[in-house]
Design a protein around this ligand. Structure first.
Ligand code: C2E
Ligand code: CA
Ligand code: CA
Length: 708
């Protein structure tokens, strides 16, 4: 609210008296002192004038007809801005009763008749000054109280000469001292602090007194009603000129809400939402801590790195929902396995010595503190392998899964966080390589392998930009005529130091890191352009086949990428075939069918790659617009030796044909194999018997020849 006096450069006075001569004398005296003056002859008039010009000072005669000075004063105070005006009552001499009533009515001061005219002006000016100062103070105090209220702040002082502590009522409440406890000693001050934190608080305060002059300490207190609050207490020491610490001033603040919010955030930040296990961040933090503790106490501990075998395939095949359920099941088993039973069943470490975390995906890690020999870790690993059920019934699906575990121990396998993790990780990979469903300890020789994988992934990031990827082409033939009718584009990486790297070595890496999106796009563009170049050079038009990895297949952009590549190369959609695997087909069925149909709209051919290795059910094929089935190499390879392979091949061909699909045989290496496949009625074939995948240059030569 604005102060009326702020509005007037020259202070304005209102003189109210029914006696004209007195009014004039008072006006003259005030004008002489610098006031502008308005006059009113009675109370009613005074109220009207007040409202129109909001005077800073009102001189009010007590004795007036109709509405006397007291009534007028009370009414004035009730008007807008009436509170801030200085009101001076003019009373009869020594009329003490009037004086009292004047103050009761809200007057600031009084003058008695006869009036000392020369003093009246000064009196008025001083009243204004005092009034302003008072208002300012009032406002500041209210502002401060409001601010403190909002910030849940209370203030205190500590007199260091006698160690007496004095605090505001608010501070006393915040500190849990009760309302009346406003004066107390330092010891009493911390009486409400939770016992474990008392020493820390006292230490902080005395350190501030003796040295650095200020402190800020967070602690918990127990209120008289038993609830616990979080308090932030800050203080600063003030020194006498002689250097002696004299007093300390401070403020306490209730930060409970903040702390609770922090706790919430901590939970979100440190625990895995799916399984409720610790997450990577918390785990790293604990591990760091564990390392320093183990180092100090010369103790041993172990990391168990755990990964579900072929989890990705389960996820791809049955969907993320089922994948999530499996992860929950596994984490539950891990919890149970490392719990109390440990103490009962012997050598393994006890519950509180084990931290289980999920690092992401299907990677779990266990920190086993305080083990005595590496074999303690092996005991736990064996138990986990035993306890995690192989077969899970998840919403009607029967899903079997196994686990691989890698173990590293401190300090033998590393003294730093990174090396311990890396070594547990490579031991886990080793476990996978040695047939899965087992555990392995880290050994020195594993190290190099991991390093290799990591540096390869780094290099791959720049491979496209630096033009290091190339396509090789393997001819695909019409088995009846022996003519080349197509080429499968197969990627290679010409690494500047390591030479030619086959796709098996980097496509899985690319899939894990997401780089596969860029790679597939590149393959599609390059393949389309290449095919068009051959046609433009007058070579016989063929179809080109590209491989699309599963997780890339449902990418939002895949249709757009294909369409743009065709347009850019000016290639007919019928000359492009995409090869996808069975597991790609059966994940996310609705979306897959929609994408396949959009591909068909572009006139593309769709081939099912590696058929026979995955789901291998022909019946579901009827739901998808598939043009060709590629019989996996493993059946072709064994077909001349194994009867069962021959039966499988025959069945695939018969069923495929009945669905109107072309049958392509992959990996034909011998004339016997070729003979058999021809006999069974396979339509197309590819394999080393004709040609391995070759460079562009060599492929053009084969294409010119035209047939085998
Ligand atoms: P795939 O799609 O099954 O490709 C056929 C693989 O079999 C090729 O291996 C090829 O060289 C090999 N092969 C062909 N004929 C014979 C034979 O007669 N005998 C034997 N033993 N092998 C034969 P490559 O080029 O090493 O590719 C391996 C896999 O890498 C491919 O399997 C495919 O899954 C993946 N791949 C290759 N290029 C790409 C690509 O551009 N994108 C994606 N996403 N994956 C690719
Ligand atoms: Ca393929
Ligand atoms: Ca294949």
């Amino acid at each position: 609210m604005a102060n009326s006096s702020d509005l007037h450069e020259q202070p304005l006075a209102l003189v109210v008296d029914d006696d004209l001569s007195l009014r004039l004398s008072m006006s003259a005296a005030l004008q002489k002192a610098g006031f502008a003056v308005k006059e009113a002859e009675n109370g009613h008039r005074a109220l009207a004038v007040f409202q129109s010009c909001h005077p800073d000072l009102v001189l009010l005669d007590v004795v007036m007809p109709e509405m006397d000075g007291f009534e007028t004063c009370i009414a004035l105070r009730k008007l807008p801005r009436g509170r801030y005006t200085q009101i001076l009552m003019v009373t009869g001499l020594d009329d003490t009763e009037s004086i009292e009533r004047a103050f009761d009515a809200g007057a600031n001061d009084f003058v008695s008749k006869p009036i000392n005219w020369s003093m009246l002006g000064h009196r008025g000016k001083y009243m204004l000054r005092a009034g302003r100062a008072f208002q300012q103070l009032n406002r500041n105090e209210r502002r401060m109280a409001k601010t403190q209220e909002l910030a849940k702040l209370g203030n205190w002082e500590l007199d260091l000469t006698n160690n007496i502590f004095h605090c505001s009522a608010k501070a006393s409440r915040l500190l849990g001292l009760g309302k009346d406890k406003r004066y107390l000693t330092c010891k009493e001050l911390v009486s409400s602090v939770v016992v474990q934190e008392q020493d820390r608080v006292l230490e902080k305060i005395s350190a501030a007194i003796s040295s650095n002059g200020s402190f800020s300490v967070n602690y918990r207190i127990i209120l008289p009603d038993g609830t616990q609050r979080h308090i932030l207490n800050r203080g600063e020491t003030f020194f006498h000129e002689n250097g002696m610490a004299e007093e300390m001033l401070g403020a306490v603040q209730d930060v409970t809400l903040l702390k609770n919010a922090e706790e919430e955030i901590r939970l979100l930040a440190f625990y895995d939402g799916l399984t409720g296990l610790a997450n990577r961040m918390l785990f790293m933090d604990r591990l760091k801590n564990e390392i320093s503790v183990a180092r100090r106490h010369k103790r041993m501990f172990a990391l168990l790195f755990l990964d579900l075998d072929q989890f990705k395939r389960i996820n791809d095949t049955y969907g993320h929902h089922i994948g999530d359920l499996l992860l929950k099941n596994v984490s539950e088993t891990l919890r149970k396995t490392t719990r109390s039973s440990d103490t009962v069943s012997g050598p393994g470490p006890a519950e509180e010595d084990t931290l289980i975390a999920r690092l992401g995906g299907d990677e779990f890690i266990l920190l086993l503190s305080n083990i005595e020999v590496p074999d303690d870790a092996a005991v736990v690993a064996r138990r986990i392998l035993q306890e995690i059920p192989r077969d899970h019934n998840l919403e009607g699906y029967q899903i079997s899964v196994t686990t691989s575990i890698g173990i590293s121990t401190f300090p033998a396998d590393g003294e730093e966080l990174e090396s311990l993790l890396k070594h547990a990780d490579s031991a886990m990979y080793h476990a996978k390589e040695t047939g899965r469903n087992n555990y392995q300890f880290y050994t020195e020789s594993l190290n190099a392998e991991v390093q290799e994988r990591f540096s390869l992934e780094q290099d791959l990031k720049t491979a496209i930009a630096q033009d290091q990827l190339i396509l090789f082409y393997q001819p695909q033939l019409d088995l009846a005529s022996g003519k080349i009718i197509g080429a499968e584009a197969l990627i290679r990486w010409m690494h500047p130091q390591k030479g030619l790297i086959p796709p098996d070595k980097f496509i899985p890496l690319a899939e894990e890191s997401g780089l596969i999106a860029d790679i597939n796009k590149w393959v599609i563009q390059k393949g389309c352009r290449q095919n068009e170049t051959w046609r433009a050079a007058g070579l016989k038009p063929i179809k080109i086949a590209v491989n699309l990895s599963g997780n890339q297949f449902t990418d939002q952009n895949i249709i757009q990428i294909l369409q743009e590549a065709l347009e850019e190369a000016d290639l007919d959609g019928g000359n492009l075939e995409v090869e996808i695997t069975e597991s790609t087909l059966i994940q996310n069925t609705k979306r897959t069918i929609s994408i396949l149909n959009q591909m068909k709209d572009l006139k593309l051919k769709i081939a099912l790659d590696d058929f026979g290795t995955g789901y291998s059910s022909l019946s579901y094929l009827t739901s998808f617009p598939v043009d060709a089935i590629k019989i996996d190499r493993s059946f072709v390879m064994g077909c001349t030796m194994s009867k069962s392979n021959r039966i499988v091949i025959k069945a695939i061909i018969a069923m495929g044909h009945s669905l109107g699909m072309r049958i392509v045989a992959e990996g034909i290496e011998t004339s016997e194999q070729l003979q058999l496949l021809r006999e069974y009625g396979a339509d197309e074939g590819q394999g080393f018997y004709f040609s391995p995948p070759v460079s562009e240059e060599k492929f053009v030569k084969l294409l010119k020849k035209g047939a085998f």
